[in-house]
Design a protein around this ligand. Sequence first.
Ligand SMILES: Nc1ncnc2c1ncn2[C@@H]1O[C@H](COP(=O)(O)OP(=O)(O)OP(=O)(O)O)[C@@H](O)[C@H]1O
Ligand SMILES: [Mg+2]
Length: 501
Amino acid sequence: MTKHNIFGSLYWKMASTLLVLLVIIGGAYIFITADTVQKYFQEKNQRLNIELAAHVVQEVKPSFQNGQVDEASMDKIMHSMMAINPSIEVYLLDSEGTILNYVAPYKKVKLERVNIAPILSFIDNEGQEFITGDDPRNPGVKKEFSAAPVMESGLLAGYVYVVLASEEYDMAAQELIGNYVMRLGGKTMLITLVATLLAGMLIFWFITRYLNQITAAVRRFKDGHLEERVPVKSSGELKLLAITFNDMAQEILNSIEKIKTTENLRRELVANVSHDLRTPLSVIHGYVETMLMKTDDIKPEQRNQYLETILKSTERLKKLVGDLFELSKLEAKEVQPKKEPFFITELVQDVSQNHKLAAEQKNITIVPVVDNNIPMVHADISLIERVLQNLMDNAIKFSKDGGIVTIETHNFGNDVEVKVTDTGRGIPQEDIPLVFDRYFNLSKSISSEKANDDPVSKSSVGLGLAIVKKILEIHNATIHLTSKLNKGSAFSFRLPVYQNY
Ligand SMILES: Nc1ncnc2c1ncn2[C@@H]1O[C@H](COP(=O)(O)OP(=O)(O)OP(=O)(O)O)[C@@H](O)[C@H]1O
Ligand SMILES: [Mg+2]
């Protein structure tokens, strides 16, 4: 309802403004046409009768005596004029413009003197220019005229001044002009008005209809239909409005999605954390309780065994909390890599050295393949160390006695590849994409009963590869994994060579 009102009124406002404008333009058009047509008639009248006054002078030869025109001349003028055109008026003026006599039957003359200037210009340019002069019967009104000088014995005696359009002529002409112009203007205006109004209303309708659509879409979006979009069809500002709204809607949707994902992650994390914390905590709780209850009955070896189990559980707790903390920070994008140039080969050797003891305990050989021609890479050294540690941990953890773990580097021009290969149990093809998920623990999925007493599973939280993936992600690198079940796995990634410009 409201929606209709807003645009309904906008529509009518636009339409009525157009109507008013058209009426004003139409009025102006009629006025200009009437004025032009009248001027045209006047000029035409003057042109046709340029010579009239000169003819009168030639035919009648009026004689001026003592500032008076003789009656015989006046009669002659009267007769010829009445026969030709009774609507014209003939005045005889002295050289100053004073009216001496006139032929204007039954009419009242109000002026005693007419302005001589237009008469002089008319005679000067031989009537080639349209000039109007005084109408002695209507002071203030200008009329078209013809004029000629009257010479007597070589001297200027006065002028014959012929007003071409008498009042009657004018009235008749004006009525006709008015009639024609009104008819012409009226028709033209009506056609223009109807056509423009129709076109205008159609355009306005299109504009307001599109605005209506946009409003409806915005309204539906506001009411929770977040998939709502405005169809982008017109051009100009409205198209821009539609595109902007659509972009904004998408942006809002993306943000909501992001919030939802983060929220889901958070929930999952809390669930997993509480689950993972509960196991070692209940182990600790159980052993401590037993020891307290049987203080005197426990043999020293048994006590040591209990304490070792408690220690392992606390170690696991410590690792779990530490890894979770690290991963959360990485996922919240709180960690930005502090990139610096360093020799990856040195780091490889350090990490190999650090894992030597753990490897020896399982009779595993670490083979660092050191290539001295590897250039410096540009990355965060401590984060990359963490990646290598996790990969080496896994390689040793998931290898059997006598296995071999190789860590090597290759130069690919702009990149250096680091690869950790083991001869361990491998990963089933279908699980390859899953191992980088948090808490993915293959030991549980491969054999659940084995997993329980598997010392490996006890030290496995399932966050190591998720951390690896995140660290490489913030370095714009990806981890690559190839693996064959019971044959071994190879994890590799590439780092950019330090460009020393
Ligand atoms: N080199 C490997 N050989 C075979 N399986 C592997 C190897 N590396 C990882 N996996 C499998 O992928 C799973 C996920 O590895 P990840 O490092 O994320 O977790 P984890 O080693 O089990 O625990 P954590 O690293 O947090 O102590 C492992 O549980 C294991 O099943
Ligand atoms: Mg691991």
